[in-house]
Design a protein around this ligand. Structure first.
Ligand code: PFF
Length: 454
């Protein structure tokens, strides 16, 4: 943060620094690990298209709304609602966001821990000559070893807490600037290799040729959930990040870039994973769909087929780790900013306290992927993801839209958006979406949640 704004809060050093940091928050395990997994669970291409539409019509609308609220109020989510509508009780929506980030961080960092484990497994050469069976076995053995997975989880939470305790620029900007573009380039290499595997065609058809008969409420609901998840929406991350953007910046193009780059990475992840899977003899989507290990089991297979595979594997898991960390730090930044702004906590104390809470809260998730039979049977991990990663994000997102339209007002919101963006060409579409399309779609799908989760 090179500058201080009027309110004394830090601001991002430049527009590109903000875009990269916001993309760093957005691009993470949601795009690389969760999106391909959801594609498998939801039956392929129909979900891919539903997701892209959800990003364009709902994700972009919501992101602009959150950034505008954040920049206008210069506050964390709780303070932001309170600043715009003092004494109205809207701040409780901010509290929900704060709690949701802590809950999501708790199980998200478990998966980030898996990425860490895969980094040293690659270094130890565990994936040489890997087959689907051995790859699946390596994953299962790893996640059902409670000490190893807890150790990796602890390392990730430790790094996240350390970075956050040092403050926003030192932590987030430096990381995101260099490594996000590198991740993207590496993924293009992997995608080309996956697409040229013999038998890749069936995977592409599964991924890109929609079977319209598969469209249902469930697909739509989880597509919106995934759009929120991967774009870091519905919980106040983008309100908090927006509060660090200077008034000169163009919120519209920034939001557009973040949505575009995140979607591209998610799309590429699927382009790497599905052709590889279908090119592996004897594998069908039904076999891998339920497993949380989809990405971890598949990537070693592509890497094994590349000349210099070790180097690619090593680089991929380093970059995956960085992508995961730029997201875990954004998740922790929301509750930390809240304790600093609203309760005058020291940054380092807030980071340590909340990092500790997330770690303890994450233990049952870490143990529920094989290590503890009871927790695994209960499906603790999946229940956390359904409740916080889908339902609460949707409720939070809906709340933000209702707040903006009825309690802040489209006019002041537009004024904020147009500061730094005098020509907002998508304005009529955004107004329509923020008023009708996005809230109605979320509301209707939330009402159907009972059928959706059966
Ligand atoms: N958007 C990031 C990801 O998809 O990995 C981080 C994240 C933010 C995940 C918010 C989940 C979430 F609810």
């Amino acid at each position: 943060m090179a500058e201080k704004s009027i309110s004394g809060r830090g601001t991002w050093g430049s527009k590109i620094a903000f875009i990269l940091a916001a993309a760093g928050s957005a691009i993470g395990l949601g795009s690389l690990w969760r999106f391909p997994l959801m594609v498998g669970r939801m039956g392929g291409a129909v979900y891919v298209f539903a997701y892209i539409l959800a990003v364009f019509f709902i994700g972009f609308t919501e992101m602009l709304a959150e950034l505008a609220i954040g920049r206008y109020s210069q506050k964390n989510p709780v303070g932001a609602f309170e600043a715009i509508r003092p004494g109205s009780g809207w701040k409780y929506l901010g509290y929900t966001g704060v709690i949701t980030t802590i809950a999501i961080l708790s199980y998200y960092a478990v998966v980030a821990g898996w990425a860490f484990g895969y980094l040293y497994k690659t270094i130890f050469g565990l994936f040489r000559n890997v087959t689907w069976e051995s790859s699946a076995a390596i994953f299962d053995r790893f996640v059902s070893n409670s000490w190893e997975s807890l150790f990796c989880f602890l390392i990730v939470m430790g790094i996240t807490t350390y970075i956050i305790s040092r403050g926003i620029q030192a932590g987030i900007e430096r990381f995101a600037k260099v490594l996000m573009p590198l991740l993207f380039i590496l993924m293009i290499f992997l995608a080309i290799r996956a697409l040229t595997l013999p038998g890749a065609g069936k995977g592409i058809a599964f991924y890109l040729k929609p079977d319209l008969a598969k469209i249902d409420v469930k697909v739509l609901f989880f597509a919106i959930g995934q759009a929120f998840y991967s774009l870091s929406l519905g919980m106040g991350i983008m309100i908090t990040y927006g509060s660090y953007i200077s008034k000169r910046e163009n919120l519209v193009s920034s939001a557009g870039w973040v949505c575009f780059s995140t979607t591209l990475v998610a799309f590429l992840a699927g382009i790497i994973i599905y052709p590889t899977l279908f090119a592996t003899p004897g594998l069908t989507p039904e076999k891998f769909a339920p497993s949380l290990g989809l990405m971890f089991q598949t990537i070693p297979l592509v890497i094994a087929k590349l000349p210099g595979g070790f180097l690619f594997g090593f680089l991929f898991f380093i970059l995956l780790q960085v992508a995961a960390l730029t997201s875990t730090i954004s998740l922790l930044e929301v509750p930390v900013a809240f304790l600093i702004d609203e309760h005058n906590w020291r940054r380092s104390k807030a980071a340590l306290f909340l990092g500790g809470i997330s770690f303890f809260l994450g233990i049952p998730s870490a143990l529920s992927v094989g290590a503890s039979t009871a927790l695994t049977r209960f499906g603790f991990f999946n229940k956390m993801d359904l409740l916080f990663g889908n339902v609460l994000l949707a409720i939070g997102g809906l709340g933000v839209l209702i707040f903006l339209v009825y309690f802040w007002g489209i006019k002041p919101a537009l004024e904020e958006i147009r500061t730094g963006c005098p020509r907002f060409r998508l304005q009529p579409l955004w107004i329509f979406n923020v008023r009708f399309l996005a809230p109605l779609a979320i509301l209707i799908l939330l009402i159907f949640i009972k059928t959706v989760t059966k």
